[in-house]
Design a protein around this ligand. Sequence first.
Ligand code: 1GP
Length: 270
Amino acid sequence: MGGSPGPTLSHVNDTKGGVRHAILIDPADQTPDMAAKRCVAAVAAGSKMILVGGSTGTDMQNVHNTVVAIKEALELITWASTQDSDLQEDSWIVPVVLFPAGAAALSPAADGITFMMLMNSTTPQFLIEEQLAGAPYIREAGVETLPMGYVVCAPGGRVGEVGEADLLEENQPERAAAYAMTAQSYGFELLYLEAGSGAEKPVSTNLIKSARESCDLTIIVGGGIREGSVARAAAQAGADWIVTGNLTESFDDADELQRVLTEFISTMNG
Ligand code: 1GP
């Protein structure tokens, strides 16, 4: 164990090219087949990571079936791209990463798992207990762990409630800085600032900026981001990754989703 970082962590931490987009797939909201179609559209639009998870309604079976369907669809296109010079092979190599609500929703087929501490939870369940329950399974399955501090910011939504989070408020940049420093001191590699899925307001740029100035970690921001311009503001404040879940799930038509995400990513990049 230990040694050099695995391929998924290296991909996630490779921030030289600027901000990147990740899609979040909630297995409770769609069939594995629909999830795979959405992921193919997103990757064609330029998304560079697929997160699979949700706060409620996920279990081993729907998570695993979803991960397998996504990986099979992407592998097929990667193979096709080796036969067709119009398709760029490298751009289809995108990791499928578990973003679990707890130890009961994992899959051995994933390329990695955000192994996280919900740092501002007030319950030991999300600070350490779910991790203890999941660690032996993850070790056995050989899934690469991405050590991550996860901080739920106001308004927080469902994950704030389920996680019993003491929400990080917009006017608390010093607290954001302290979480960023703590995450780095624990040896985490990633810091995820979360406003909650479907949040009316995304994470405040003040908080992102303060975290950015206080650590060298890869910063992921998500929750309530529906416009490329909002993603751009988060990126300018210091986000390395922008995650969208609801935006992706609001389109059933793959071509339309690809168009919307292409535009989103282009605006995000400025
Ligand atoms: C939730 O940050 C993610 O964990 C994505 O949120 O569904 O609002 O895009 P949205």
